[in-house]
Design a protein around this ligand. Sequence first.
Ligand code: ACM
Ligand code: ZN
Length: 735
Amino acid sequence: MLPIVVAILASCSAEALPEVDPLMIVPKPVRLESSGGTFPLADGVTLFFSPGDGDLLNVAKRLQEYLASAGAKVSLRATSDTEPPARNILLTTHGADPSLGDEGYEMIIEPDRVLLRAPSATGLFWGTQTIRQMLLASDGRTLPCSRIWDKPRFQWRGSLLDCCRHFMTKDYVKRYIDLLALHKLNVFHWHLTEDQGWRIEIERYPELTRIGAWRGDGANRHEGFYTQREVREIVEYAAQRHVMVVPEIEMPGHSMAALACYPELSCTGGPFVVPTQWGVFADVYCAGNDQVFEFLENVLREVVQIFPAPYVHIGGDEVPKTRWQKCPKCQERMRNEGLKDEHELQSYFIRRAERMLAGLNRKLIGWDEILEGGLAPNATVQSWRGMEGAVAAAKAGHDVIVSPTTHCYLDYGHDRTSLQQAYSFEPIPPDLTPEEAKHVLGGEGNIWTEHAPQEAVDERVYPRLSALAEVFWSPKELKDWQDFTTRMGAHYHRLDRMGVKYYLEPPRFLTDDEVFTDSIAVEIEPSVHGGTIRYSLQSDSVLPDASRYREPIVITETTTVAAVTDTPSGRVSPTAVRTFRKETLRDPDAGARDAPGLQVSYYEGQWTSVPSVSSETPLAHGIVPDVDLSFAKRDHDFFLSFDGYLTVPEDGVYTFYLTSDDGGVLWFGDRLLVNNDGLHPARTATGSITLRAGRHSITIGYVQAGGAMVLELEYKGPGIPRQRIPAKAYSHLVP
Ligand code: ACM
Ligand code: ZN
């Protein structure tokens, strides 16, 4: 018998969980101390809760469900006790620390009791999500003894799901909301109308869903909408998870689906079809036609009856003005209202929408384009084209929600917006005073779905939304990328158990240098904590029997290294590929006399990348001690070129890090070493080169269009840790 028993045990343990720590919570709690030991969730545990509060009973029911799906049956019982009876769990608002605020909670888990306490049912609910995360990262038989005190940094922690470009089923939407709750995200921004589809039933205008809810024909046909009954069901489901649903009804642009049904609401009269392609369309609601406002008011009247949230998002983004410029009604409206251009007409439209919503007891949110032509008096602005809109609106005293494309657009590819990039997001722009910063309610991670049908949404959204959840919830001081990736080791396991098909990043090369003279040790880290790496030095694909990475790989000839991560749950990441080049040392420039500082030339003009201006006379030139912006004469539309020498002390590999906003490039002689060109927010690009000790001729180009300006050059070399290049290393030729 014995061997069989052993075999069974072995097969059980093969299926058992990988070792993960259930206290690795995402988003990270404000304070969490492990006290060792566990609270057993044996059958017979009772879940007590304070009586008389329906919301609290609902929270208790949710926790009961989480415990049940982990295999622990607990019964519910109301009690006015303020301490849990031995061997039981208590959820209570009595005696809670008032500084926890509207959403905070505290929890004490001891071997013989669990106390979850918060001033509000919402705080208790977030506490149950912490317990749920513990259960999902363990065998569900115990809870780890600990003390937790936790509350969010921001009150608005959201995610937009575009259900228009592709329709998402009711069940998928519910699951999406449930995953928001698991991450303590509390706003579901539901994008319900678009050019490519109108997805919410409006009883007064049945054509909107009869015609407007499908796009394309034949095999390309795509359709779907939510009845009001289904929407109510989803809103109720979200409310039970303390998630507010904010509907977005787009106007005046992104409205082709509605115009296909009611072409008389356009400037030209149509006819139109629901577009099969995405884009920004010229045809928008006519701003000169009162029927349009009547239509929108009737739509909004039905919308607010279904959505109890105090906000309605009216879009307002990407509104071409071409039709309005040619439309007699729009032009008449501008004359009658004294509007000087079509931007003011857009502002008129949004102000009118705001008055309509105020009459329906709702507040307006719009994308940052609603700043153009003047902001409606009480509007909340959602900044997406960078953070400039957030800064302008907050300075004008308006509330803002931040979701810039650079960090928060989850439809962008993972190579463009990495997990680390999303995690690095800071929602408070540095240009705001502490008083102005109070207007930043929080942020959202957005998924637009033209290229993401329902089955592809998980892979875009996760794990980047897990990172943003931490950005929006956890204190800024606790932000730590290494710590986050370690906790994600446990969190991937939770996502696996929830069936989330998240994106797995390729492994990361920790070796910055890409060149070497004799040999290089290539160090690689798995993208998932607890994962392992396989690699190949022969081809770009890594076969199942490829070598297991155990220590840095030493290479002595130019080699391409390809590597994948295998996760503890058996998934395989995409392949990371890097080529390491063997080079001979570059000789220094000999001869000529030099003096400290670099030659700098300054030009003005509008460039989108570093120009070639060698034949033009600069507006100003001189010598500067350092690579910085001290020589710029204004904060936009200029180009700076720095020329001279860099002296390096020793033979070896040097890596350069050029951080710029907008474009920057670094040349060694005629070799382009670092290319960080183009218009973009501050970001760092790197390049490595092998140099002989001495003086090397360099050129740095920097172009600034508008917005923030940043230029910084760092290096690392033999015996030199990464640092800003000291001014004494620079010189220039003297004739
Ligand atoms: C947007 O991405 N057009 C708000
Ligand atoms: Zn018009």
